[in-house]
Design a binder for this molecule. Structure first.
Ligand code: SAM
Length: 278
C-alpha cells in the first residue's frame, strides 16, 4: 500500500458493516492511530490482523501528531475512531489539517456514520441538513445554540445520550417550535429503532424513562413562511424607495420577501407614480 494517511470509517454497531476495503487497509497499515486502542484491538481481532497502534486525540500533543505525519510520509498510516467516521464528532481534524500541510497523501474510506444513517431512517427531508453534533450540557449554552439554529432552513441532526434526551427534546421544542422529529437509536444493532412524533410528544415519551444506547435526534426544518401579501409588499417597497433607487429597492424587496422581481418592479413603478390602488 502506498504511503499516506488513510481515514477509515468503521462500524457503528454491526461488524458486518466493515467494508472489505476498510479491512484490507487496516490489515495492511504500518500503524493505526486510534481513539481508543482497546476498542480498535477488538476490530483487528475480528479481521484477524495484528497492527501496531498509537492512541490519538485532537488534544494529543503536537509531538504525537508530528510523529504520525512523519510516518505517513513514509508508509501507510490509518486513522480510526471508536465507531463510525473519524472527524465526525470524533478526533482527526487537526491531524488531517497538519498532514495536508505537510504534503501527506490523504485517502478516505467512506463508511458508517450515525448522522447519515439516522437521516435515512427518520423520514424527514434530506435535501438540506445541518449536522449540529452534541448540544452543550449546560442549559444556557444549549438554549443559545438552539436559538442560533432556529432560523436555519434545513433538517437538523443532533447526537444525544439517553440520560439527556428528554431535557434536550424539551429545549428543542421550546427554542425551535414544536416540529416533527425522529429519535433514532441503536442503529445497525439488534434493537435499532426510529420513533417519530412532534418534539413535545417525544419529550413527554422519554421523560418517563431514559432510553438505553446510542441516539441521534433528527428535527424537521421550520415551516416555510407564507408568501408576503400585498400590504407587506407595499410597506417594504415604500420603506426601500425612501432610501434607494427603484432598481435597488426592487432587488432588496424581492430578495427579502422572496417574490418575483418583475412583480415587485411593477408594483414599485405604480407606487412611485402615485397611481397605486390603496
Ligand atoms: N464518528 C461517529 C459517526 O460517524 O457517527 C460518531 C461519534 S460520536 C462520539 C458518538 C455518537 O454518535 C453517539 O453518542 C450517538 O449520538 C451517535 N451514534 C454512534 N453510533 C450510533 C448508533 N449505532 N446508533 C445511534 N447513534 C449512534
Amino acid at each position: 500500500m502506498p504511503a499516506g494517511l488513510y481515514i477509515v470509517a468503521t462500524p457503528i454497531g454491526n461488524l458486518g458493516d466493515l467494508s472489505p476495503r476498510a479491512a484490507r487497509v487496516l490489515a495492511g497499515a504500518a500503524l493505526i492511530a486510534a481513539e481508543d486502542t482497546r476498542v480498535t484491538a477488538k476490530l483487528l481481532a475480528h479481521i484477524g490482523a495484528r497492527v501496531a497502534m498509537l492512541p490519538y486525540h485532537d488534544h494529543s500533543d503536537d509531538g504525537v501528531r508530528a510523529q504520525l505525519i512523519a510516518r505517513a510520509l513514509a508508509e501507510p498510516v490509518a486513522l480510526v475512531s471508536d465507531a463510525g467516521t473519524p472527524l465526525i464528532s470524533d478526533p482527526g481534524y487537526k491531524l488531517v489539517r497538519d498532514a495536508r500541510a505537510a504534503g501527506v497523501t490523504i485517502v478516505t474510506l467512506p463508511g458508517p456514520c450515525a448522522a447519515v444513517a439516522a437521516l435515512t431512517l427518520a423520514g424527514l427531508p434530506t435535501d438540506r441538513f445541518l449536522f449540529a453534533g452534541f448540544l452543550p450540557a449546560k442549559a444556557g449554552a444549549r438554549r443559545n445554540d438552539l436559538a442560533e439554529l432556529a432560523g436555519v432552513r434545513a433538517t437538523l441532526v443532533f447526537y444525544e445520550s439517553g440520560p439527556r434526551l428528554a431535557t434536550s427534546l424539551a429545549a428543542m421544542a421550546e427554542m425551535l417550535g414544536d416540529r416533527p422529529a425522529a429519535v433514532t437509536r441503536e442503529i445497525s444493532k439488534l434493537y435499532e429503532e426510529a420513533v417519530t412524533g412532534s418534539l413535545t410528544e417525544l419529550a413527554a415519551r422519554y421523560v418517563e424513562a431514559a432510553p438505553r444506547g446510542e441516539i441521534v435526534v433528527v428535527v424537521a426544518p421550520p415551516e416555510a413562511p407564507p408568501p408576503a401579501g400585498p400590504e407587506a409588499l407595499d410597506a417594504a417597497l415604500r420603506g426601500a424607495l425612501a432610501r434607494l433607487s427603484v432598481k435597488a429597492a426592487v432587488a432588496e424587496v424581492s430578495a427579502t420577501l422572496g417574490l418575483p422581481r418583475q412583480a415587485v418592479y411593477a408594483r414599485a413603478l405604480a407606487l412611485k407614480d402615485g397611481d397605486a390602488a390603496p
